[in-house]
Design a protein around this ligand. Structure first.
Ligand SMILES: *Cc1c(COP(=O)(O)O)cnc(C)c1O
Length: 354
């Protein structure tokens, strides 16, 4: 459809469609029944992820949400508490999973775009007392989705994990976009993962696979996670067709994330050049941008509608804020075009408002 050729879809990096090369890899994948542990391609992917993350083992799962929720359940008992940033995916976008699936309370802290320090955690561990929940787990998110793709600095992760472990807590890393953090900083994936007891990564975001995430940790942890995956209904049979897409993505789409980051800088500049729009946060580190529309001038849904008339899709996330995400399916030329349309639309509306 011509619709597909002309629309520049910046709503999310989940909108990518498998490339011809990826589809070919899927079509020719060796498969078996993975619930029996007999899918060679899934095994190959799990070994590759474990190796990249420097962990003993990994598990292929249908989604990032399931991956996080399996990890939370594997680390906790009902009545435990986890600590996470108030804007984290786990707390905001997983349908109350910790409460519903694990009987776990969330204690939120106010990070800076999702990033916090050991000092923010001190004093939050509940003492032993018949009245109190047991503090069990700290969850980190890198890069941070609602934080505008912000990178959780490695030194902070190291300090938080060392503090948590000293106090008998476990650390889970929601690394749906850990790929982006690694490419943007040059810090290998395993260096981030080293400090965390479990790590979750997504293949269906910037890497461009149609489906799939993975979690990683010790052999014992992954054994327990496998059973919970079955409990949650996430055991898949000939999943090798999906694992093949993820393996292809790791090989062909990991290093190109640098392009997405460059494209995000181009869009950031367009926002800076636009009247009545403000980047939030103002510094863009990876592939996600949020922009605030000046109240009284227009609204995010109205501005998004105006852009959509010119074939640019953005995602309103609140009355005054919208999101743009760069990815595999938006070319350099399309980003240039989108940047121009963004500036022009803002100027035209500004003139009309004047
Ligand atoms: C997308 C995302 C997830 C997982 O989402 P699914 O849609 O379930 O795959 C988890 N954490 C973060 C930070 C994300 O951006």
């Amino acid at each position: 459809m011509s619709h597909r050729q002309t629309v520049i879809d910046l709503r999310s990096d989940t909108v990518t469609r498998p490339t011809p090369g990826m589809r070919a890899a899927m079509a020719t994948a060796d498969v078996g029944d993975d619930v029996f542990g007999e899918d060679p391609t899934v095994r190959r992917l799990e070994e590759r992820v474990a190796e990249l993350l420097g962990k003993e083992a990994a598990l292929f799962v249908p989604s990032g949400t399931m991956s996080n929720q399996i990890c939370i359940k594997a680390h906790t008992q009902p009545g435990d508490e986890l600590i996470c940033d108030v804007n984290s995916h786990i707390y905001n976008y997983e349908a109350g999973g910790p409460a519903v699936l694990s009987g776990v309370m969330c204690r939120t802290i106010e990070g800076d775009c999702g990033v916090f320090d050991v000092a923010d955690l001190e004093g939050l561990i509940r003492p032993e007392n018949d009245h109190l929940v047991r503090t069990r787990l700290v969850c980190l998110e890198n890069t941070h989705n609602r934080g505008g793709g912000k990178i959780f600095p490695l030194e902070k992760i190291r300090a938080i994990a060392s503090w948590a472990h000293r106090h008998g807590l476990l650390v889970h890393l929601d690394g749906a976009r850990l790929w982006n953090a690694s490419i943007a900083t040059g810090v290998p994936l395993r260096d981030w993962a080293e400090h965390c007891d479990s790590v979750s990564v997504c293949f269906s975001k910037g890497l461009g696979a149609p489906v799939g995430s993975a979690l990683a940790g010790t052999k014992d942890f992954v054994k327990r996670a496998r059973k919970i995956r079955k409990l949650f209904g996430g055991g898949m049979r000939q999943a090798g067709v999906l694992a093949a897409a993820a393996l292809y993505a790791l090989e062909h789409h990991f290093h190109r994330l640098a392009e997405d980051h460059h494209h995000a800088q181009m869009l950031a500049q367009a926002v800076r050049n636009s009247p009545h729009l403000l980047l939030h946060p103002s510094v863009i580190e990876t592939n996600i941008l949020y922009a605030d529309v000046e109240p009284g001038w227009s609204t995010a849904p109205d501005f998004a509608r105006a852009l959509a008339q010119h074939g640019v899709l953005v995602l309103p996330v609140s009355p005054q804020r919208f999101r743009m995400v760069t990815h595999l399916d938006v070319s350099h030329a399309q980003v240039e075009q989108a940047a121009e349309i963004l500036e022009q639309t803002a100027r035209t509306l500004a003139l009309r408002a004047a």
